[in-house]
Design a protein around this ligand. Structure first.
Ligand SMILES: Cc1cc2nc3c(=O)[nH]c(=O)nc-3n(C[C@H](O)[C@H](O)[C@H](O)COP(=O)(O)O)c2cc1C
Length: 538
């Protein structure tokens, strides 16, 4: 099989069907549950300051094309950036159990993504290659990066800044979800990418993806090829980005030249990765899909971001950091509440990629994910099925491949929201999302659709990029929901082909990669909340 066929076969094999879910262990092997926190044992630990006060930026300003003035790069600013992107957000407690939540969501709260930084020396910070531990809010220095290794790389990228990379441990996710876990790992990485972009903006910085980087190059930079992994617990590289004062990012060519990467191959890396579980299980289909979807070094990937005007601005009142910290997934919604129309339109508007606006200013790839929206309870917007063409594609391109009876009525002038079919679609949304009531009881639900087959046939690694884009959209939806007084939940469990049948679209043309729902949350009063870092005596 060609790599593209392997990747598409993975996707087909991991579909949920009404009669049969994708293959998993079928039970939770609690004794073997992977540790959600990676530690590089023996590496030098550099505690980061916990922010005494968060940046005061208004939430709406996150999405301005002009960011706030850049914070000087030092340990305080770095601690704040990481706390507001990769850090813990709270601990929950119920019935003798206590578990941490993080700034970014994760399927099953299993958190397969890890974060590494390549830093120059700065006030209070030794330079080098570090792993960020969200549990300790600390860096673990894995290697020193002598000036001769770091400076030529930094000079190519613009000189003043640092690198932040995201990696994944599949086993954390496959422990629970089996074969479908690879999809969730990639969705999670997209959430992380968006969390990094938004936290960078909060500090006047920009996280710009080095889209030409190859997986092997990232592995060399982070020393993954010289790390003594426990079997099946290795971290695999996903993305690397350059963080610099906002506005300066796109000035460099986002590629990594081998002569700038090679000096890192000679560095010694410290710290033994902690063992995550007693015995990891090999889900071979994931390994094979990942090998087929590995990204070689390439020229920068095309990333066209339109300059569409903002028609429905974000709410001005809340502080950005407060919204980021309070993000949670809803467990249940109040079906008696309807949301205002303007908030609905604003939430959709925020998912549109715009030049100079996070998180899509990370420039991972030209956006190509559109939203099929199930409107349930929005004032002045009739219940029904809608398309929101956030990617910028014209409805004429999609219309011929959908059911001929769809109306394609524009809801608002100059806004890419199209009514396909009026009528209650709550039951359909719930059924499609693995019968989860949250998809029916909220104000609206949606499915993220992408031309998966054609892009994967072009370049198999785009499988990951499309899932990352869905994760970015998901992170925006989570924050927008909070900012408007509602709450979101990502939905990785859905029936794949029935979404196609609903639309009448051939899976060769479009496939659903992620679902999402937003509404007024019902709180679970049995749960107690504890502060994020109450466990650290600092
Ligand atoms: C990719 C992805 C898929 C998810 N799928 C579901 C789902 O199908 N059903 C659900 O109730 N929650 C789902 N969630 C929400 C997670 O369970 C939630 O993020 C996690 O428990 C952590 O809680 P928090 O989001 O409140 O921090 C998903 C989250 C992500 C990121």
């Amino acid at each position: 099989m060609s790599p593209a066929e392997t990747v598409l076969a993975y996707h087909a094999a991991t579909r949920h069907h009404f009669q049969r879910y994708a293959r998993s262990a079928g039970r939770m092997d609690w004794a073997n549950q992977p540790n959600p926190f990676r530690i590089y044992e023996g590496a030098e630990c550099i505690p980061l300051p916990l922010p005494a006060a968060d940046p005061g930026l208004a939430y709406a300003a996150l999405y301005d094309t002009q960011g706030p003035p850049p914070r000087p790069f030092d340990s305080t600013a770095l601690g704040s950036f990481l706390a507001l992107s990769m850090g813990l957000s709270a601990w929950k407690q119920a019935g003798g159990e206590r578990w941490p939540l993080r700034i970014h969501p994760s399927s099953g709260n299993l958190h397969p993504s890890e974060c590494h930084l390549i830093l120059p020396a700065a006030d209070g910070l030794p330079g080098g290659i570090h792993h960020y531990s969200p549990y300790y809010h600390a860096l673990f220095r894995r290697a020193r990066a002598p000036v001769g290794t770091y400076l030529p790389l930094a000079a190519h990228l613009g000189g003043h800044g640092f690198l932040v990379a995201v990696s994944t441990i599949f086993w954390r996710e496959s422990w629970k979800y089996g074969e479908r876990a690879y999809r969730y790992c990639n969705l999670d990485a997209g959430h992380v990418a968006a969390a990094l972009s938004l936290a960078a903006r909060l500090h006047g910085w920009q996280w710009c993806c080095i889209s030409g980087a190859g997986d092997d190059q990232i592995a060399t930079l982070l020393g993954f090829d010289r790390t003594d992994w426990h079997p099946l617990e290795e971290e695999l590289p996903d993305l690397v980005g350059w963080v610099a004062p906002a506005g300066e990012g796109p000035a460099f060519d986002p590629i990594l030249r081998d002569e700038r990467v090679q000096p890192f191959a000679g560095l010694s890396f410290h710290g033994r990765p902690n063992r995550l579980s007693r015995e990891a299980v090999d889900w071979t289909i994931i390994r094979e899909a990942h090998v087929a979807a590995c990204k070689p070094a390439s020229p920068a990937l095309a990333c066209h971001l339109p300059g569409d005007p903002v028609l429905y601005p974000p709410p001005p009142a809340p502080r950005a950091a407060a919204v980021i910290r309070q993000r949670r997934s809803a467990q249940a919604y109040d079906p008696d509440q309807r949301m205002p129309q303007d908030a609905f339109l604003a939430i959709l508007d925020r998912t549109r990629p715009r030049a100079g606006v996070p998180p899509f200013d990370a420039r991972i790839l030209t956006p190509s994910v559109d939203l099929l929206v199930f409107v349930h309870r929005v004032r002045e917007i009739p219940a029904g099925l809608y398309f929101f063409l956030r990617s910028g594609q014209a409805p004429e391109r999609l219309r011929p491949s959908c059911r001929p009876e769809f109306l394609w009525e524009a809801v608002r002038p100059d806004f890419p929201l199209w009514l396909l079919r009026p009528g209650d679609c709550a039951r359909e949304a719930m059924t499609l999302s693995c019968h989860q009531e949250i998809a029916a009881d909220g104000a609206f639900a949606l499915a993220m659709l992408a031309p998966l087959s054609s892009l994967v046939r072009e370049r198999p690694y785009l499988y990951r990029h499309l899932h990352w884009e869905c994760g970015q959209v998901g992170q925006v939806l989570y924050l927008e929901a909070e900012a408007h007084g509602l709450r979101g939940t990502g939905i990785g469990c859905f029936f794949d082909e029935p979404v196609n049948r609903l639309l009448g679209v051939d899976p060769e043309h479009l496939q659903s990669l992620y679902h999402f729902t937003i509404g007024y949350p019902l709180e679970d009063r049995r749960l107690q909340t504890l502060p994020a870092y109450h466990h650290l005596e600092r």
